[in-house]
Design a protein. Sequence first.
Length: 364
Amino acid sequence: MDSALAALVERIRAAAADGTPLRIRGGGTKDFHGERLQGELLDTRVLRGVVNYEPSELVVTVRAGTPLAELEQLLAGSGQCLPFEPPHFGAGATVGGMVAAGLSGPARASVGAVRDYVLGLQLVNGRGEEMVFGGQVMKNVAGYDVSRLMAGAMGTLGLITEVSLKVLPVAPAEATLRFEMTQAEALRSLNAWGGKPLPLNASRWQQDGGAAVLYLRLRGAIAAVEAARRALGGERLVNEPAAADWRDCREQALPWFAERGSRDLWRLSVPQTAPVLDLPEPPLVEWHGGERWVRVAPEQGVRVRDAALAVGGHATLFRTARAEAGARTTPLAPALALATIHARLKKQFDPAAIFNRGRLYPDL
């Protein structure tokens, strides 16, 4: 164990002994996400560096405090990428924060989420014990995959110290198509296209300067992308500015997000087949209908939650300027006993509840 990790382990053991809450933090670019931050700072940026990278094996192992931009630059040098397009939300984003937040970008519905690319990881639990889960190849990931459990756990189960990730080659061809159509037409089209052998990679519907527009990104083999482009029609956009728009969408830097003003930003996760929802304003729709962003006044949050629940989805208050906003996540469904499962996992990994107390759910 190196000195940086040893120092963190000692802090964790001391905190467990006296019940001091710790706030795990990398670059802090996602501090806005989740419930209220509590506890003394435990900075992961001292755990930095690439442990192993085998481009021919499509796997990379890095320490949790490694800047995400640094990892992506390394992969790009070998023509590879993280296909789920994790958002940074700032220059200091780290690999550990990427896994802990569990957030994916525009391509998530087509290529999978962060957890689908986690092959293994190392962490320190709430007792100060080092633990290793998974491995560096898919065949080592069998049975109950604890390593992927950490994706989206918001650091509530332990301090991630090292992660092994599956990576993929950059697609040889890409095209973005633009269609003017209503939200209902866009949802119907996306559902129809999803049942065909098309290289769909990402989609975004929004009210764009008064027009209702669907943007569709194709990625894959050159022949497949060209054939799909001809079959689908629409207006083909120039690649470079289109790529910049997709990055802005990933980072919530599009004008649609910037125009939020004092309104809250809600994220709705719903079935892709869900119809147009009863919302205060037209949303920005991603993931082929499965993710919908909506900007509303604080008092309209209940309406947003009800709309998501009505179609079997859930809603999360993603960004707000209010210090006290109540619970930001939709309560776990009692019928699924998810609250009990979360509580039991927390007790096993972090019995003294020192890690990111209340960050995922107010009472966990």
